[in-house]
Design a protein around this ligand. Sequence first.
Ligand code: PHE
Length: 335
Amino acid sequence: MEDNLDHIHQQALKDLAALENTDDLQDLSVRYLGRKGILTQFLRNISKLPVAQRPAAGKKANEIKRLLEKAFKVAAEKLESQDQAAEAAIDVSLPGRAVACGALHPITQINQQICDIFSNLGFDIAEGPEVESDYYNFEALNFPKDHPARDMQDTFFITDDIVLRTHTSPNQIRSMEKQSPPVRIIVPGKVYRCDSDLTHTPMFHQVEGLLVDENISFGDLKGILTTFVHQLFDEQTSLRFRPSFFPFTEPSAEVDILCVICRGKGCRVCSHTGWLEILGSGMVHPALYENVGYDADRYTGFAFGMGVDRIAMLKYGIDDIRKFFENDIRFLEQF
Ligand code: PHE
């Protein structure tokens, strides 16, 4: 008899533990403790037991009834709070979750601004391969083999004759091979040099420009680049043309702009010179015309190449170029 009671007790606790909602709890409560419930029946039947067994059986049955009532109460409270939590989880009055939205990378943005400015000035946009032959990257650009100027660029060689392009200038040759003058193109793209520090990464971005026609002078070069800088920065950003050397231009000039941070007073960014270098340029060397079959007596032109990453650093006031390539969303979100 007592085993029987223990069994009922254990079974009830097991059923309780398996419960998932308040409705089932109600059913279970009726099954054990209701008027016709298992335990209630048992209590009723005590009168049929031999007299000697009745007090002990009654005592035990009442005790289990008490324990079960308590267990049901605890279970009811637990289910209740679960229901409340579930209700809170689908609170339809809560504002929606914000969708994380992507944005254009700062370098892509600057690249587009540069391309837009030159498009409006009548330049077409061209592209070329990043894996380039020695011929286009060096030879045709008037870098003879073993010429010390090749050391200006720390080249990644794939084979003796194949390189990762160190600049976008190979596209000067490629575009002139494809068409006869007038040529008016810009070429944005990735370039590669074996170099890495605060202001250099092994891959970076350039935009090449080339204009060839009759009667093109250094004055045209100055005019186009001045217009460009005024549009990309502002009218107050003056330019300085500094004599320089590139094998594929003669004469050559590097272009500095008035420091966008200190406006010429001298600061850390411009190394206290008041000027920032942003591009290389010059009049196309006649040797290139020979290489592409242009009449060097009839045509003249200019070329320029600028570092997009460097311009992005200046425009946004970023001191470490590597930040562009770490893809830290907290950094990229600011642009
Ligand atoms: N290709 C040169 C560089 O990467 C820049 C340049 C382009 C200079 C066109 C002159 C003319 O440094």
